[in-house]
Design a protein around this ligand. Sequence first.
Ligand code: EPS
Length: 393
Amino acid sequence: MLRYLTAGESHGPALTAIVEGLPAGLPVEAEYINHHLARRQQGYGRGKRMTIEQDRVRILAGVRGGKTLGSPVCLQIENRDWENWSETMDPGPGARTDDRVVTRPRPGHADLAGVFKYGHRDVRNVLERASARETAARVAAGSLARRLLEELGVEILGLVVRIGKVEVEIRDLPRDVLRARIAESRVMCPDAVASLRMLEQIDRARDEGDSLGGVFEVRAYGVPPGLGSYAQWDRRLDGRLAGALMSIQAIKGVEVGLGFAGAALPGSAVQDEIFHDPERGFYRSTNRAGGIEGGITNGETVVVRAAMKPIPTLRRPLKSVDLVTRTPAEAAFERSDICAVPAACVIAEAVLAFELARACLEKFGGDSLDELLDNHRRYLQRVREGSWAPCAT
Ligand code: EPS
């Protein structure tokens, strides 16, 4: 069973992820993970913190000579900002817990609900872990899953389709064109004109001391049919993907395929009709289902979308109440991102990759990469030949 945990505070010494359940023999390099960590840090609209950090992974366990051992993989990313916070955030008894105390919770952040729950007096004890800084560790963990999926011929591609009011309709572009256009955009949007309008809008929000949310899409090409199951609620892959995406800080809505738009259409305009061709086997001419039917992948591209709310830390702060004096106060502000939608898109790629890799390992098994690839190849062959059910009733 593939699983991961992360640990680490935003201004603590480091973030850590432990990934367990990867097969042995998977080629893994720090530079591959670093590439995706760097992508998460980019994106127009990020704040000053990103000029301090330069996320790089240290592989501490589970990999030898560039290949996984089948044992837990431990990944660490240092927080460069730690040197500015080492006295305040010191894990030892000498920590300056009277320093940089936060008592004015930010509406929309975990601040107030977190102090209720854990009984903290200092909101910092909440925000340090609730912070989206944690997602660097998730991207590192997800990169390993992504690496595994590559071995199975799966490519993950994320794109931004809305920032604030600027929305773009993505035509069905060939994958290469789409990939290239996303790479050219500073907001991961494949439409050059819309990208510019998104940048302008982010500038305006910055000037106004405000923040912006948006919508992104993540596609997984080459996913084998048969991942997930209808047999039990918690095995349905769409539910699992939605849960993974909703667990990303500030994500407030998830769609699979047509999603909400499908609710307004007749059934004949929502389902994907089935065809067969001796060359291609079974196929669809549309993919409104987003590659999942009955909680199972159907062999088409998996397509999910998620909505991110605007970041709650605002330079022009919202109304709050001071926890000590119980009097009206402005919410705390030190610094913030203006828009982190492109970053969230990279994080979504990572969590989607993790869930898909997990589903692949459930389906194909294998303690070594060779065993996994063998099982995967034989299964695909059976599906292609139409001989997947030799003992069916
Ligand atoms: C975040 C607040 C900001 C963001 C941070 C998420 O950090 P700071 O409080 O240090 O300025 O930059 O995101 C990251 C550090 C990151 O790596 O993505 C928050 O409160 O959620």
